[in-house]
Design a protein. Sequence first.
Length: 67
Amino acid sequence: MEMQPPSPGVVVGAAVVKRFPGYGVHRGCILQIDGGRVVVHWAATDERTTLSLKEAAKRVVASPLAD
């Protein structure tokens, strides 16, 4: 049984925005969804971090499915 994302916007390619205390606000893109974890690539720093599905749903600002 495949896990469904909590929001239709949580898909590979969706844009996310997150505030990192002490580092400011950064924009990224969802690279991978693996079970309950979402891998995000942050454009400004070229780093990757993992968010929970719930947190990713809160951070999505644009989805490729919205077109």
